[in-house]
Design a protein around this ligand. Structure first.
Ligand SMILES: [Zn+2]
Length: 156
């Protein structure tokens, strides 16, 4: 089992205690998490909230400014856009623009390089790093994504 933490730090200051939810409330929450209008970051935050983890979404002083910081565990999560960060999982990200190809290749390669450097720097600082790809936040992949997050949090 993973550790349940009471969510205290959210700007919404909504305290989440998962074991207090009845079925109806839980499915309400899950339908919010499923909402098609949420950004990938918010989607991942919704899953963490549902699990009852406390986290910050401001970590500007860390290398690469991770999207989510779990301060209790020294863990960070990046939610990467597939195109900009050259996602290895989906085809869409492998198609680079043909116009100004040299410019785009340089730009995208540089981002890849920087992502690698930031991951190393964070690990040197003692952080565990999880990368979540935008394409993993599609509604139909929610179970896979939840398992990926749970596996990561098990490393805490
Ligand atoms: Zn992708």
């Amino acid at each position: 089992m993973y550790i349940i933490y009471i969510h205290q730090e959210s700007e919404n200051s909504q305290k989440i205690m998962p074991d207090q939810f009845d079925r109806k409330k839980r499915s309400e929450i899950m339908s919010q998490v499923h909402s098609a209008n949420t950004t990938p970051e918010k989607y991942v935050c919704g899953i963490l909230e549902d699990f009852g983890f406390s986290f910050f979404t401001q970590s500007d002083d860390l290398p690469g400014k991770p999207d989510i910081l779990l301060p209790d565990f020294n863990m960070v999560i990046f939610v990467h856009g597939c195109f900009w960060h050259s996602c290895p999982l989906c085809k869409r990200a492998k198609i680079r623009p043909k116009e100004n190809a040299a410019y785009w290749n340089r730009k995208l390669d540089r981002t890849l390089e920087r992502d690698r450097e930031n991951k190393i720097k964070l690990e040197e600082l003692g952080y565990k790093v999880l990368i979540i790809w935008e394409c993993e936040t599609k509604t139909k992949k929610i179970d896979l994504l939840k398992n990926k997050i749970i596996d990561f949090l098990h490393k805490a």
